[in-house]
Design a protein around this ligand. Sequence first.
Ligand code: DSN
Length: 491
Amino acid sequence: MTADAVTTSSTAPGVEYADTASAAYRAALQVIESVEPRIAAATRKELADQRDSLKLIASENYASPAVLLTMGTWLSDKYAEGTIGHRFYAGCQNVDVVESVAAEHARELFGAPYAYAQPHSGIDANLVAFWAILATRVEAPALAELGAKHVNDLNEADWEGLRNKLGNQRLLGMSLDAGGHLTHGFRPNISGKMFHQRSYGTDPETGLLDYDKLAAAAREFKPLILVGGYSAYPRRVNFAKLREIADEVGATLMVDMAHFAGLVAGKVFTGDEDPVPHAHVTTTTTHKSLRGPRGGLVLAQPEYSDAVDKGCPMVLGGPLSHVMAAKAVALAEARQPSFQAYAQRVADNAKALAEGFLKRGARLVTGGTDNHIVLLDVTSFGLTGRQAESALLDAGVVTNRNSIPADPNGAWYTSGIRFGTPALTTRGFGAAEFDRVAELVVDVLTNTQPTQASNGPSKAKYTLADGTAERVHAASAEMLAANPLYPGLTL
Ligand code: DSN
C-alpha cells in the first residue's frame, strides 16, 4: 500500500485496497466492541450517517482510509514534548522520524522554508503563530534593557517588564460577518484578549474585499499583525497586496489558510493567491480542503522559525504523534498529481453550485464564488440561517448557518447558509450533481415557512411542507448511491 496507491483514484482515495481496509476496520471494531460496545456502535453509525447525507459543511471532508488507519496506532502512546532531536522525554527516535517526514512533506508541498507539524488544531496553530510573532517582534533595544537577546532568555521577573515593552499588540483581521475567523482577534477567543483588535470588512455593495480601505485601515491602526484568511468568504484573496500593505505599515503578515489549504496544495491558488511566499507566517488546519487528519500546521519564513519551533511547550501540550503520522500520509497524498485534479474539481464544483443557485433566483454573498465556498443569503426565502439550517437537516442536507455582512439576525441566528464542495467532491460529485444539489436546497427553502412561537416571532421555528423531506431524501439517495463514500468498504 503506497501513497501512489492511495491516490490513483482522484475522487475516492483508498478504493484500490478497500478489501484490506474493510478487514482492518472490521477487526478494529470487533476489538472495540469487546470493551465498550456503545463506542463501536456509534462509530458504525457515524459511517452510515455520513454515507447517507449530503455533507456540504465547507470545513469538512473525508480522509482516506490510509490517513484514518494511521491514527489508530501505538504512536499515540508516546510523549514527545520538545522539538525534533531535542525532546524532554527519552525514546523519541520514532516520533522524530514521524515529525520530520510530516514537516518535510509540508515544506515540499507548500514551498515553505520551514514547517511545524505539531499543532493539534487550527486554534493551536494560530496561537503558536501569534506567540512566535510577538516573540520575534520584541525589539532588540527593549530586550537589551532587560539584559536578554531573545524573549526565551528572559527570567520570570522580566515578563512584567516585557509585557509593558511589547507595546504594540494591535491586530487587524477580517471581520466576522465578512467571513473572518474567531481566532483573528475576536472576543470569544483568547486572541481577542491578547490583542487590541480592529477589523477590515468588505464592500457593502459587492461583498468583495476592498484593498484600498484595508490599506487605509492599516495606515491608521498600525497593527503589529495583519491577518489574512477567512472561513466564510467565497472569493480569492490577493496576498501579494496584503504583503505590500503589511510592509508599508511595518506589520507582520500572518495568513490563516485553514479553509483553502487544499486549493493551495492543489495549485488552484498560485502566484498572488498563494499565501505561502507572501506571508511571514502561514497557518492551516489539515482536515478541511486538504483532506487529512484533524490537526494544524504552521509554515514560516526563516526569521520566525525559531520562535515557531518553541510552540511546544510554550503554547502546546505534547505532540500527538499518531496524528502527525497521519498528517505525513495526507501530505504525501496531496503531493500526488491526482490531488491537483481533485482541488480543481472542488473549485469547479463550487461554481456549478453557485450557478445552480443563481439561475433559481437565490441571492449569494458576492454574487458567486471562486473558491470552495458558496454563501447563500436566506433572507430572500424569508428565513433566518437557523431556520434554513434546521429545515435542510430534516431533508438530509448537512450545512451550517453563517453570518453575512451586516447581518440583521446577528451571529447566533444569522441570515446565511455556508456551503462547501470539498467533501462531496471527494465522493465523486461533479457539476451536474452540484446543480441538482442547488435544486434540492432551493426546493427545501421554498417549502419552509417561519412559524410564530407562542410568545411571539421566533427566529428558530419553522414548518417544512409535507412531503418535502421525503422527496429531497429520495433524490439525494440516488446521487449518494452513485457516488459511494469509501466504496468497497464493508463493516
Ligand atoms: N470550524 C471551522 C469552520 O467551520 O470554518 C473553523 O473553525
